[in-house]
Design a protein around this ligand. Structure first.
Ligand SMILES: Cc1cc2nc3c(=O)[nH]c(=O)nc-3n(C[C@H](O)[C@H](O)[C@H](O)COP(=O)(O)OP(=O)(O)OC[C@H]3O[C@@H](n4cnc5c(N)ncnc54)[C@H](O)[C@@H]3O)c2cc1C
Length: 377
């Protein structure tokens, strides 16, 4: 065998898995782009989620809470910038209060930190530009440098001997008597390598990589639905300021709603929105990050509900990301799919599919979870 472990994808998830598995054997990370973190991981809100929203007991809930604690610890050790900034989830009107109560109960069940209800007066004192009936305060929610996290994970993996091959797209997977042959396209030529275990952490393309391994992704319920999220920044000359993250109660379909995020430099962004893209066959899918400036009216209306001093001219389009969702429009939210595939006759293959939010927060815990799946099989 050329490698004990081969990982497809050098986003936050693949790198966290590499940092973990390189403690146990030889690791190769294959990345189709010319560097790490060029996919979903570089287009997020960079929020370390506390773990409030997700179904109790789900992977999303458990790995989010565990991952956030790990990020905090690494942040405290100075591995990358991290701030425990805190967040308000707000009921704009009294009739949204019941949703807050439900979130509070769910967050407490998930172990999402010391959540507490806050009154209108307390909200007003903390965030003078905010208008809301009441809210939940989550002190454990943080913001962090996602690129710093990925550099740290790569360095940790490389110090333990892991190798990274960029501009190396996996285009074929064949089961061997023990392990897998992986076909890799590099500079127009095809190389083949043999690996004992294979981990699919290919983000938006994880369904395509699962299909290369012979899985019927439609029958297995693993086809990804791409969902665009756009951001508008609030220009620094705006009257509206915020010192913490501010989210409305979630809207239809579990979407968190147009919310206020802050980056480490204090820049306010609104978003991300949520819009399903037209499903396309694998070969016709393209990541299109062009911004739709017509969304300005939608952002303005959504944010003005709780930031009444906001003006439309305060907003500028600033970024776009795409979510890899396992549920299509109108379908119930799905959990992360992270499985060792012996049950499908593919031992030593781990698929990580549908790693949408809070995938960045959960990444360190996903790394450990994948290692457990491979060693406990
Ligand atoms: C708009 C938006 C906001 C978000 N905000 C947050 C947030 O605030 N907090 C949070 O916790 N999460 C957030 N998320 C979710 C989080 O960003 C993702 O869950 C996480 O980054 C997924 O990481 P990944 O490594 O799985 O995917 P990626 O970062 O996309 O990495 C996958 C890699 O695989 C490579 N690849 C694909 N196919 C192949 C192939 N055939 N061969 C070789 N390489 C291949 C890709 O090039 C890519 O680099 C957000 C997501 C979006 C879209």
């Amino acid at each position: 065998m050329d490698y004990d472990f081969t990982i497809v994808g050098a986003g936050a998830v693949g790198l966290a898995i590499a940092a973990e598995l390189s403690q146990h054997g030889s690791v190769l990370i294959l990345e189709k782009e010319d560097g790490i973190g060029r996919g979903i991981s570089s287009r997020s809100s960079e929020v370390a989620h506390a773990g409030i929203y997700y179904e109790p007991g789900s992977l999303r809930a458990r790995l989010c809470v565990e991952g956030r604690r790990q990020l905090e610890e690494w942040g405290a050790q100075g591995r990358f910038s991290y701030r425990r900034i805190g967040k308000y989830i707000v009921a704009v009107t009294e009739d949204e209060r019941a949703q807050l109560d439900a979130l509070l109960a769910r967050g407490r069940e998930n172990g999402a930190g010391d959540l507490r209800l806050v009154s209108r007066d307390e909200l007003c004192a903390a965030e003078p530009h905010l208008s809301a009936a009441c809210g939940v305060f989550s002190p454990a929610t943080g913001i962090f440098d996602s690129h710093g996290l990925m550099r740290f994970l790569l360095e940790s993996a490389q110090q333990q001997g892991a190798q990274l091959a960029t501009q190396s797209a996996v285009c074929g997977i064949r089961r061997l008597a023990a392990g897998y042959e992986v076909v890799v396209r590099q500079d127009g030529a095809e190389e083949r390598l043999a690996t004992r275990c294979l981990v699919n952490a290919a983000g938006l393309f994880a369904d395509e990589v699962a299909a290369l391994a012979g899985i019927d992704v439609d029958a297995a319920g693993l086809r990804l639905f791409w969902n665009r999220g756009e951001y508008f920044q609030v220009v620094s000359s705006s009257r509206v300021k915020a010192s913490r993250l501010i989210y409305p109660v979630p809207g239809a379909g579990g979407h968190l709603g147009i919310h206020v995020t802050l980056d480490l430099a204090g820049q306010i962004r609104l978003g991300p929105s949520a819009e399903y893209l037209e499903p396309r066959p694998f070969r016709e899918r393209r990541e299109d990050y062009a911004q739709d400036e017509r969304l300005l009216a939608l952002f303005f209306e959504a944010a003005r509900r709780y930031l009444p001093e906001l003006e439309a001219e305060d907003l500028r389009p600033c970024a776009t990301g795409i979510r890899p969702k396992l549920n299509g429009a109108g379908q119930p939210a799905r959990d992360f799919y992270i499985r060792e595939e012996s049950a499908r006759g593919l031992p030593g293959l781990v698929n990580c599919v549908g790693i949408e939010s809070p995938g960045l927060t959960a990444a360190p815990a996903i790394g450990r979870h994948v290692a457990r799946l491979l060693f406990n099989r």
